[in-house]
Ligand binder design. Structure first.
Ligand code: F0G
Length: 460
């Protein structure tokens, strides 16, 4: 089994966790209509629902917050954050926003409208929602390697370049409002994108004159994977690799709640600060987020974010981060438990289709596994599969996801190896009991968009 690198941090403050019984958990999940988003946080023992905004901040970040400048306009904290963003990403225009979907809300309608398309190596749920809210439609060009969870390939998150070209030729370049490169590729299992693939994608976008945006939520984990896996990149620093990616894009939208290790925040960047649409970004930001020098955040949040961007790029931290996830993967390998392998950057994506091959996609195997894990040990995970995909916006029909994953997204600097060991033992128990679970769930109520956050389910 893979050796575990000790956590490269010490604990300075603790938050006690409530211990629950199986009976209590069965009742809690029933009362939540089998939707883990609707559980009370205190009824969860290890919370891997998301790695987003669930991070522990460092002593440096907490200290930086003390100098937050709360001026409505032009505060010092804004300039510090802009400087950090320019320094790291090389984009000249940096716009703070309150989280990733806010960056999407501000940027996407400038490029997308009814009748055109966005293409991605895979959209995450909120990005898909904002493409559709702008009136456009999503097309995907996902690396076919990502469909086979047992296939070990270094860059399963890549854009399928042939498919990208095919979409562009079929719809016409003028009907493609934007190409989105998601790094790492969350829906594919936190799988990385190679620098080579980014270069090829950028070349296609240049050839057809299409705007290229990076969905940069996990840019640092992606860069570390490139350093560890891509030929010719071993001697580059994670900072260099990051810069190489962002140099190839016209803009980026970022949920800073992941790799920038804060609890709230986002960024929008544009490489060319003379781009004509920057005025529109500022106008949208003022309408939806707040004045453009705070973008829906407190001055102290801007400070924590400016520090977190650098901490998230620390190579010792990133080595630990990837190794702690790989440690979980190697346990699953030993037991023959299927997951998207090799392990991704921000978590483990269990292959629920192979836990429950007899449960059809529209009974949501990923959700079934999530509920079983919660009942077993109080672990909260989420479905990254057909339950998350939702319905086709035009026909209302349930979409079928490529994969049916149950995701353990690991918060940064929060849990320790013993939490992971407990979780792994529980996964093993649920795996051994898989044949006794015969049916899944049906939806008894759902809202029209992003339904998985709120929907009610019932056992079939
Ligand atoms: N893009 C990606 C790739 C994401 O993973 C997320 C959020 C967003 C955009 C939106 O960012 O939440 O700050 O508004 N992903 C979280 C998750 C919620 O659990 O994976 P946000």
């Amino acid at each position: 089994m893979q050796r575990f690198m000790p956590e490269p941090y010490r604990i300075k403050m603790v938050e006690p966790i409530k211990v629950t019984t199986r009976e209590e958990r069965e009742q809690a999940i029933r009362e939540a209509d089998y939707n883990l988003f609707r559980l009370k946080g205190e009824d969860v023992y290890v919370d891997t629902l998301t790695d987003s905004g669930t991070n522990s901040m460092s002593d440096q970040q907490w200290s930086a917050m003390m100098r937050g400048d709360e001026a409505y306009a032009g505060g010092k904290s804004y300039y510090r954050l802009v400087e950090a963003g320019q320094d790291i990403f090389g984009h000249r225009f940096i716009q703070p926003v309150h989280q990733g979907r806010a960056a999407e809300k501000v940027l996407l309608p400038i490029f997308l409208h009814k009748g055109n398309y966005a293409i991605a190596n895979l959209f995450f749920d909120t990005t898909r929602a904002h493409v559709e809210l702008a009136g456009a439609r999503c097309l995907e060009a996902c690396n076919p390697q990502a469909l086979d969870s047992s296939l070990r390939a270094p860059f399963k998150g890549n854009m399928d370049i042939a498919q990208l070209r095919k979409h562009i030729e079929e719809k016409g370049a003028s009907n493609i409002g934007m190409v989105v490169m998601t790094i790492t590729n969350n829906s594919a299992g936190g799988q990385p994108v190679s620098l080579q693939n980014m270069k090829e994608t950028a070349a296609v976008c240049r050839e057809y004159g299409i705007h290229l945006n990076i969905d940069a939520a996990r840019f640092a984990e992606n860069a570390m994977f490139v350093k560890l896996r891509e030929e010719g990149c071993q001697d580059l620093s994670v900072r260099d690799i990051t810069r190489a990616f962002f140099d190839l894009a016209d803009s980026f939208t970022m949920s800073a709640k992941k790799d920038a290790i804060v609890n709230m925040g986002g960024l929008l960047g544009v490489k060319d600060d003379k781009a004509p649409y920057i005025q529109q970004i500022k106008a949208n930001c003022i309408s939806y987020e707040g004045f453009y020098t705070y973008g829906g955040l407190n001055g102290r949040d801007l400070e924590a974010l400016a520090v977190g961007l650098y901490e998230g790029l620390d190579e010792h931290w990133l080595r630990y981060r990837l190794q702690s996830i790989a440690y979980m993967g190697s346990f699953l390998d030993d037991k023959g438990i299927p997951y998207q392998s090799p392990a991704g950057g921000h978590g483990i994506f269990l292959d629920a289709k192979r836990f429950y091959p007899h449960i059809p996609y529209d009974q949501f195997p990923g959700q079934v596994l999530a509920v079983e894990l919660y009942k077993e040990c109080g672990l909260r995970t989420c479905d990254i599969g057909s339950f998350m995909m939702g319905n086709d916006p035009d026909t209302g029909k349930q979409l079928r996801s490529y994969n049916e994953f149950t995701r353990l997204a690991i918060p940064r600097r929060v849990y320790t190896q013993s939490h992971y060991d407990m979780v792994l033992d529980a996964i093993h128990v649920v795996w051994n009991n898989r044949e006794n679970i015969r049916t899944g769930y049906k939806i008894t109520w759902e809202p029209p968009i992003l339904r998985h956050f709120q929907a009610s389910l019932a056992p079939v």
